[in-house]
Design a protein around this ligand. Structure first.
Ligand code: ADP
Length: 709
């Protein structure tokens, strides 16, 4: 290890320990954050239980079906590969074990060896010895890892008394291997073909609806997440926030929705070019339902859209192309970060300290007419670049075409980059993006799991794709509802025959994310640092960022308040669209009509906005006013009423009017026709007018017989 590397490592460890648990109050900027995971494995001994797959001699598994792209059926964004293995490899099968003659239990070859251990995510070095079970017990446990019961005997007693957490993995699809490993590490109980009685956790590979009729427990998908994260919907959600908070949401490239905004796009670009002839912007076109780079292309002139056959008929997003990305080894790369939305109400967000960096395989050049079609230069998708002859599969976490994000950060830190700032900007981007998504997700949630009906609670791991610009500013490319959790990659051993071989980088990152998600979702909320039998688990790789940073970001949650009004007048019948009567009731109850704004005008407003949105959402089956249309109507009403203020203040002022009116009515008519259904107490204005509060009440354990997620 070079002196320089040691220096950087020490600095990072110091920053890490100083950053933990400190909450700063500065608006928006999270100054003290460094979510650095362990240094690259090449320089850091890691826990035995976390040994990368390549070192565990996992047997190779043959697969019959497949063709890189053609035979894949759609599963959701990242999860496309449906090929099934002939042999399902039991998790940990490849662990280096030897039989222990006395106990019959497998033992690690390094049994009883003293080891120096780096506890992941903490930077703490422990001395430990390997136990007969292959796990490692610290001799001196650090203070922040709770070992639960006082000694191992106690721990075993407690473990026997506890029922193991049950996980239905039947629909886990391509996450199965990482999930199995995680369940084993936690000593929980897996139900690979489902279970007649209820499980605590249901792990779905694609959507909330993979298993229908779940009435309790927790599902790892939110209803509506796939829909919300389609490129157009994400763009719309972020754009609404950009209207209110242009500065705060400038991390998302300027985007237009095609075909409906073609004219706008074309005009804006022409105007920009006319005002500055040196401008030669490039745009990236992304089909709405696309993933893995499918159908993406670059253009330099809006006119080029038309010459691509059929493209103008399909819905897509055209986006400003970030032409100065940060390069490493002359290559463009992006970052895949895993984010857990643990609950919508109250909002809880965790970010994984470790992520993946995916590299292009052709040296980057700024876009020119000549190189626009060079996908290996401009697109960082693994699925594309793996097909290039230049793709490097590496067993090291810090080299090759797919690396850990921490290895990239170490590299940047060694060049003097302020990686604390990079992390804090990324956290900020993640929180703001989730805040943009939550309003519509609440509408889906209520439609699928109506208040008062039995249903599960939900959580979800999302895959954020982030690009660092040359000036280190993070840019959001997209969010995947179903990030790939595969921990193997495929290798063609002879024509048409493929094998899955372990991918140490993927395993390093993804198993930690799944295992720690499960730990956080433990229905008994044990939060201990131990597995079922008192074994030490690696420290959490997921770090809470919300509500931790509530103070810095809560002012952004304006659309959620509009959503609370929408849900209130929508009722609880499982629909997602507000009818004309509901809209009229909203106007009347909030006292928004007067002699200058009659109910007839209200009806015209309703019809106008609803029709326009119906033409923009051609595949929508339900008639009526959706949330986005309602938000537009609300903005319009706010602008009408508070003409002189900036939009954000107009909207907040109208919200206050509405909330106060509803609060008054709640007081005057408790439980009567004017109150929203299921309102519990008119005590506080925010509560009384807030569907959020009703959702929150519904998610409480007493109501669900189920621990809040
Ligand atoms: P997909 O879902 O098909 O992967 P993405 O939005 O992630 O679509 O785009 C694919 C790739 O294109 C990204 O991984 C990134 O390398 C590149 N890319 C996407 N948007 C931009 C942009 N605005 N500027 C520069 N590169 C981009």
């Amino acid at each position: 290890m070079s002196d320089h590397y040691v220096k950087v490592k020490v600095q990072l460890e110091q920053m890490k320990s100083s950053g933990e648990g400190v909450e700063k109050e500065e608006a928006d900027i999270i100054k003290d954050e460094v979510l650095v995971a362990s240094p690259p494995a090449s320089v850091s001994p890691i826990l035995a239980s976390d040994t990368p797959a390549a070192q565990r001699e996992t047997p190779k598994t043959s697969v019959t079906c497949r063709n890189q792209s053609k035979s894949r059926s759609k599963l959701g964004k990242d999860e496309k590969n449906t090929c099934t293995k002939q042999d399902s490899v039991p998790a940990l099968q490849g662990t280096i074990v030897a039989s222990n003659a006395n106990s019959g239990k497998p033992v690690n070859r390094k049994n009883n060896e003293q080891q120096m251990l780096q506890i992941k995510g903490t930077g703490k070095i422990l001395q430990g010895k390997t136990e007969t079970n292959g796990n490692t017990v610290p001799i001196h446990p650090p203070e922040d890892i709770k070992v639960g019961p006082h000694n191992k005997e106690d721990a075993n007693k407690v473990a026997k008394r506890r029922k193991p957490v049950t996980v239905d993995t039947f629909k886990a699809k391509t996450s199965l291997e990482a999930l199995k490993l995680s369940i084993r590490q936690l000593k929980w109980k897996e139900f690979p073909v489902g279970r007649r009685s209820a499980c605590d956790i249901y792990w779905h590979g694609v959507s909330f609806h993979d298993n229908d009729n779940i009435i309790s427990g927790q599902v790892n998908k939110f209803p509506g997440m796939i829909e919300m994260l389609r490129k157009i919907n994400l763009t719309r959600a972020v754009r609404t926030m950009q209207e209110l908070f242009p500065e705060e949401y400038n991390f998302y490239p300027r985007s237009w929705i095609l075909p409906e905004e073609y004219q706008l796009f074309s005009t804006q670009i022409s105007l920009a070019k006319d005002s500055d002839v040196s401008q030669k912007p490039t745009f990236i076109i992304k089909p709405d339902g696309g993933s893995q780079g499918d159908g993406i292309y670059l253009i330099r002139d809006p006119g080029d859209l038309r010459v691509i056959a059929g493209s103008h008929n399909k819905q897509s997003v055209v986006q400003e192309y970030i032409h100065k990305p940060l390069l490493i080894d002359k290559l463009k790369f992006d970052i895949r970060l895993y984010v857990l939305v643990k609950s919508l109400e109250p909002l809880e967000i965790y970010i994984a300290k470790e992520g993946l960096s995916r590299f292009c395989t052709e040296p980057y050049q700024e876009p020119s007419q000549k190189n626009l079609s060079h996908v290996f230069m401009h697109l960082t998708n693994y699925s594309l670049n793996v097909q290039s002859g230049n793709f490097v599969h590496s067993d090291s976490l810090s080299s090759g075409s797919k690396r850990t994000f921490s290895s990239v950060l170490y590299r940047l830190a060694s060049k003097g980059v302020d990686i604390k700032k990079v992390w804090s900007d990324i956290i900020s981007l993640v929180i703001k993006t989730v805040i943009a998504l939550v309003p519509e997700l609440k509408v889906y949630y209520q439609a699928d799991i109506p208040p008062g009906k039995p249903g599960p609670t939900c959580f979800q791991i999302l895959g954020f794709d982030i690009l660092l610009m040359k000036n280190l500013k993070p840019v959001l490319l997209e969010v995947n509802a179903n990030p790939s959790m595969r921990i193997e990659h495929e290798q063609e051993v002879s024509p048409g025959v493929f094998e899955y071989v372990p991918s140490p980088v993927d395993e390093e990152v993804k198993v930690g994310v799944i295992r720690d998600t499960l730990r956080l979702m433990d229905p008994a909320q044990r939060k201990s640092g131990t597995g079922e039998e008192g074994r030490v688990l690696p420290s959490m790789c997921l770090k809470q960022v919300f509500p931790k940073y509530t103070k810095q970001f809560s002012y952004l949650r304006i659309v959620e308040r509009i959503t609370a009004l929408f849900l209130r007048f929508l009722g609880v019948k499982g629909n997602m669209r507000l009818g004309p009567t509901g809209f009229r009731t909203f106007i009347r109850n909030c006292k928004l009509s007067n002699s200058h704004f009659s109910m007839a005008t209200v009806d015209i407003l309703y019809i106008d906005i609803t029709r326009r949105w119906a033409s923009m959402l051609p595949d929508s089956r339900e008639a009526g006013m959706g949330l986005q249309a309602f938000v537009e109507a609300f903005f319009y009403l706010a602008q009408r009423r508070f003409k002189s203020l900036p939009l954000r203040e107009q909207v907040v002022s109208l919200l206050e009017v509405c909330e106060a009116q509803l609060e008054n009515q709640g007081r005057g008519d408790p439980g009567g026709a004017l109150s929203a259904p299921q309102l519990c107490s008119p005590a506080t204005p925010r509560r009384a007018s807030s569907q959020d509060y009703r959702l929150h009440q519904r998610l409480r354990p007493t109501h669900k017989g189920n621990v809040e997620n």
